[in-house]
Design a protein around this ligand. Structure first.
Ligand SMILES: Cc1cc2nc3c(=O)[nH]c(=O)nc-3n(C[C@H](O)[C@H](O)[C@H](O)COP(=O)(O)OP(=O)(O)OC[C@H]3O[C@@H](n4cnc5c(N)ncnc54)[C@H](O)[C@@H]3O)c2cc1C
Length: 309
């Protein structure tokens, strides 16, 4: 294992925020994870992946834990178990190369396998929950391993029990996915091209992808809005009518607008970027201003997808 003290988290978050952590620890086996959790019991602990959905709002006065376990193996013809620290897209690339399909629509989503289950990542109509069979975890208190079935994870839109009642209690150690033999290269390539044209490239422009989640509103509210905005995109679902947050933000005139060093990404207004040495405060101020204007104009509350730390 590797333990560092008072380090910058710049390399560990895609927003490019230069916050500091009191301790940063990386483990390479479940035994090492157990040892770390034992050693730092009582301290504030945050397990991170690639840091592609985090906003460090201040220095972290605790222990940041990261997994260096990054292997995957077939359990049978249609089942793959991947360790938490493997980049999701590396796994998808390899599976596609090997002639397996099922996850290609999640191509190029940043982040690691562990967080794919926590966040229930999704794109182009597919979510991690559609391919997750079970999630292996370690209990932060008892240090015992526990397996959660797909149902027990209580997946929702960018959501799971690991963000609520199980938050901070379990570390996802590996995820078991269902895959199928099939050609997926063409779809993967198309998705990569579309994403690259629309989204900021990690390492070039700091962001955490979509800053807000798409809101769901009651049917009556959607119908009333459609009278004033007949072109409003909307999708009926069991949770209510989904309205793309990007559309709401664009209607409020935010596309490309800057506040301090933060900017609403001109090619996709759902994304807030670190355009010019933004501080976390710049990003929070811009997000709050965007959120308020959507509330004022449409009476719709949009909630951040990004985890404020
Ligand atoms: C350019 C860009 C595009 C993006 N596009 C999409 C998209 O299309 N769809 C989508 O869904 N998301 C998208 N995202 C968001 C991001 O990719 C996902 O949220 C991803 O799951 C984050 O993974 P990570 O490893 O970086 O997790 P982190 O950001 O490091 O952590 C996210 C959360 O998971 C927790 N966590 C991480 N690992 C573990 C673990 N092993 N056990 C328990 N908890 C853990 C953290 O504590 C934190 O609460 C995008 C982000 C960027 C920067």
């Amino acid at each position: 294992m590797k333990i560092e003290k008072d380090i910058s988290l710049l390399a560990y978050n895609t927003f490019g925020i230069d916050a500091k952590a009191k301790i940063f620890a990386e483990y390479y086996s479940l035994d090492e994870l157990r040892e770390l959790l034992r050693q730092y019991r009582g301290e504030k602990i945050l397990h991170i992946g690639q840091g592609s959905n985090l906003l460090f709002t201040k220095d972290f006065d605790g222990v940041i834990i990261h997994s260096g376990m990054a292997r995957a193996r077939f359990l049978d013809d249609e089942t793959v178990e991947a360790q938490n620290g493997l980049r999701l897209d590396d796994m998808i690339a390899q599976l596609t190369d090997m002639g397996y399909c099922g996850m290609e629509k999640l191509s190029l989503i940043p982040g690691e396998v562990g967080a794919s289950a926590v966040q229930n990542v999704g794109a182009y109509g597919v979510e991690a929950k559609d391919v997750i069979i079970r999630v292996h975890t370690m209990d932060v208190e008892t240090l015992e391993e526990r397996v959660f079935t797909n149902e027990e994870c209580r997946f929702g839109y960018r959501d799971s029990a690991f963000k609520h009642e199980l938050k901070g209690k379990y570390i996802v150690t590996s995820v078991v996915y269902n895959v199928k033999p099939g050609e997926a290269m063409k779809t993967r390539e198309e998705i990569i091209q579309t994403r690259m044209a629309k989204l900021p490239t990690i390492g070039e422009v700091g962001s955490a992808g979509s800053f807000f989640m798409n809101p769901f509103v009651p049917e009556e509210q959607a119908n009333a809005l459609l009278k004033s905005y007949p072109d409003m995109p909307h999708f009926t679902s069991p949770q209510g009518v989904k309205i793309p947050a990007a559309w709401l933000i664009e209607q409020c005139g935010w596309k490309g607008k800057k506040l301090g060093g933060a900017q609403v990404w001109p090619k996709q207004p759902l994304v807030i970027v670190n355009a010019d040495n933004a501080t976390a405060q710049d990003i929070m101020d811009l997000a709050a201003a965007v959120r308020q204007s959507v509330k004022d104009k449409f009476n719709i509350t949009i909630n951040p997808e990004v985890n404020y730390i």
